[in-house]
Ligand binder design. Sequence first.
Ligand SMILES: Cc1cc2nc3c(=O)[nH]c(=O)nc-3n(C[C@H](O)[C@H](O)[C@H](O)COP(=O)(O)OP(=O)(O)OC[C@H]3O[C@@H](n4cnc5c(N)ncnc54)[C@H](O)[C@@H]3O)c2cc1C
Length: 485
Amino acid sequence: MFDLKVVVLLLIRPITSWKQKQNDMKSSKTISTSSLDVFKSQLHGELILPDSPDYNESRKVYNAMINKHPGMIAMCVDVSDVVACVNFARENSLLVAVRGGGHNGGGLGICDDGLVIDLSGLKNVRVDTTDNTVRVAGGNLWGEVDHATHAYGLAVPAGIISTTGVGGLTLGGGVGHLTRKYGLTIDNLLEADMVLANGKIVTVNKDNNADLFWAIHGGGGNFGIVTSFKFQAHPLSTVIGGPTLWPIEQTEEIMEWYHGFIHDAPEDLNGFIATMVIPGPPFPEFLHKKKFCGIVWCYTGDANKFEKLFQPVRDKKPVFELVGEMPYPAIQTLFDGLLPPGLQFYWRGDFFNELGPEVRKIHNKFGSAIPTLLSQMHMYPLSGAASKVSNTDTPWAYRDAKYAGVIVGIDPDPTKADEITAWCKNYWEALHPYSAGGSYSNFMMEEGQERVQASYKHNYARLVEIKKKYDPDNLFRVNQNIKPK
Ligand SMILES: Cc1cc2nc3c(=O)[nH]c(=O)nc-3n(C[C@H](O)[C@H](O)[C@H](O)COP(=O)(O)OP(=O)(O)OC[C@H]3O[C@@H](n4cnc5c(N)ncnc54)[C@H](O)[C@@H]3O)c2cc1C
């Protein structure tokens, strides 16, 4: 009957060019309404289609430069929903994107056509004080984890902003304020529940599916969908932290001093160095719209020892210092207000072993030419606890690098997209010859297979073997992709 044969065209974009048409013809699918009805009946969460009233809102991701049109978005609320999605996508050969917090710079939580498996309805954080561990659902954001753990005087190492997803940040590695003290986020990952490409649910830890457990310590979403993480948390309630700023003209001098200081400092002290603009309040007016070389500190040790430890920083006479004691969730939310969702972002990253004279000159040059108020460069130190893990213990292949660097062009105005992109690319191209070769995968956009391989370096071949075993048909390929073939 015609009724049963009615097809749902997952292609909803106007076809604007012949080339676009060719691309769409390759990836669009037709699904019978009966299959779609069966799929819907398996879901407890909503299935959003292109004609749904909230489709346009639901397809947004954090980076407004990304404008993709999925065929359908499944708003999963439980593990069964995730299993149903994986099975439906595999059986219908649909392109699959998995969205955790939706923060990925390259927009890897969304795709054109295909099925987006949205995990934002999978939220639950449970702290176990018997061993200071925390169970976190696959769709939680870091702010939600910090909120829950803080009540117990505990913290899990994450990044430097609270709105990032636990899923993407953890599976890529996780660098932030606690990296020197407690390592990367993956160094605190004890176990995960995953839905594999074949629809099976597995628990992975150092004893069960140890190969897969290794692979998710940095290998991204290539191997399955994590519905629950278990982390080691650490006793930490308050930190002493905040920024110190120097005029951008002092960038070379401050970077040279910083490189000599930070890696020998006690692991309790973390500080990432940046070139940046102070956009406006809450900073005082005399700083507004000026460019700076800044360091954002986070100290987790004995408060009585801080002043002495910090004196060398003060001896460098910053023009501004806003360093003080605060609850850990406060330092995690310090920059949330400056970076709401919906801005244009263009990212480039690399690992670095040093901050030599040529590198410092480049930072000075491009730091002095930051094109917009929110564009910035960060170098995160990788010494301390993160450097005690070997280059093969996890897929993170650059444990011996001194910095994970990232340059981000940012602005609310879409007409500035070209300008922030050009600044970011030029900055990166100037620095890249001095880099260690690859990048932290979470600081990359879609940059091609060579870059992915360079970033996993000697660990790439092992990741390929594990990918072949768990996802031989590359169902999970909207990510920094490990190709099974
Ligand atoms: C403002 C901002 C600040 C940031 N700061 C930091 C920082 O301090 N430290 C740091 O390390 N990184 C930082 N990042 C980078 C961040 O780690 C990545 O953008 C990361 O991919 C975000 O994860 P997400 O879940 O929000 O992203 P999404 O876009 O939802 O997903 C990113 C990738 O992870 C996969 N994925 C997500 N969840 C799961 C899951 N549960 N199971 C399987 N696959 C999954 C997706 O399929 C996709 O490939 C920052 C990003 C932004 C935008």
